[in-house]
Every structure is written in structure tokens, then in C-alpha cells.
Design a protein around this ligand. Structure first.
Ligand SMILES: *[C@@H]1O[C@H](CO)[C@@H](O)[C@H](O)[C@H]1NC(C)=O
Ligand SMILES: *[C@@H]1O[C@H](CO)[C@@H](O)[C@H](O)[C@H]1NC(C)=O
Length: 135
């Protein structure tokens, strides 16, 4: 009797846990990258080397930490990224706090630069976002 009473809920709990873990797999796999790693988003960092060899998948996030009084996070076109043109961003991700999170929710190449001329000092980052492979 007692065994049955405990047994039934245990099965239900196990089933719910299984369902939850199946749901959570994609969430757990999502990565939050910090642009530039421990150097953050600042001048004289080689963001090409930082991004090299990393895989950015749909659903990942990129976090920019920087001096809000000087730098910014602007998403621009490829041409504007190459020429460091900051006056017509596709998206201004700067929220004023110097800590911006960009959800990588489109499979494309994102081009980020900083305004105030810092792009010329190396603050430019291209991130190619891929679809996560399903197994
Ligand atoms: C981007 O937004 C920040 C804060 O909201 C603002 O100070 C800055 O002027 C904007 N930059 C551009 C290029 O729109
Ligand atoms: C991606 O996220 C941005 C910012 O939250 C949002 O404006 C945009 O609509 C989203 N795009 C898609 C395809 O979900």
C-alpha cells in the first residue's frame, strides 16, 4: 500500500523530469559570449583573432562590456564595417550603460563597430551566425 502510494508519484516525477530535460537541452546549449573575452570591448584588441575558431549559433548571445562614455556598439553593413562608417547603423545596440547584450537570433553575419572613431583603433567585430546542427 505504502509502496504504491510512493511509487506512482515517483513515476510521474521521473516522466516530468525527462520531459523538462528534453525541453531544456537547446537552452543549456546556448552560449553567451563576451566580446573580446576578459579584455572586453575596447581599443587595440584584435577581434578577428578573438572570433577565429569560435562557432556562433542561432540562439547564442554576445555581450559587450565597455566604457559607456567613449565607445558604443553599432551594427552596420559589411561595407560600413570595412570602412568604419558609424553614422548610419542598422541597429544601435548601445543602451547607455556600457553593457549591451545582443541576441544572435538571425543566421547572418553581424558586423559590429564602435562609434567615436574607435573602429579605426580596432573596435570592429564580424560574427558569422550558423544554424545549430540537429542530431
Ligand atoms: C546610440 O545610442 C546611444 C545611447 O542610447 C546614443 O548615446 C548614441 O548617440 C547612439 N549612436 C548612434 C550612432 O546612433
Ligand atoms: C532578434 O532580436 C531583436 C532584439 O531583441 C529583435 O528586435 C528582432 O525582432 C529579433 N529577430 C528575430 C528574427 O527574432
Amino acid at each position: 500500500m505504502k509502496g504504491l502510494r510512493i511509487g506512482f508519484p515517483a513515476v510521474v516525477v521521473a516522466a516530468v523530469l525527462l520531459m523538462l530535460s528534453a525541453e531544456l537541452v537547446p537552452e543549456v546549449a546556448a552560449m553567451r559570449f563576451i566580446a573580446g573575452g576578459n579584455k572586453g570591448w575596447t581599443k587595440n584588441v584584435n577581434y578577428k583573432s578573438w572570433a577565429k575558431g569560435k562557432h556562433f549559433y542561432l540562439g547564442d548571445w554576445i555581450f559587450f562590456v565597455y566604457d559607456r562614455n567613449k565607445m558604443s556598439v553599432l551594427e552596420v553593413s559589411r561595407g560600413d564595417y570595412e570602412r568604419c562608417i558609424a553614422r548610419r547603423p542598422l541597429h544601435n545596440w548601445s543602451n547607455g550603460a556600457g553593457r549591451d547584450v545582443v541576441p544572435l537570433n538571425v543566421t547572418k553575419t553581424y558586423y559590429f563597430i564602435s562609434g567615436n572613431g574607435f573602429c579605426y583603433k580596432g573596435m570592429k567585430l564580424a560574427i558569422h551566425v550558423e544554424k545549430r546542427h540537429q542530431h
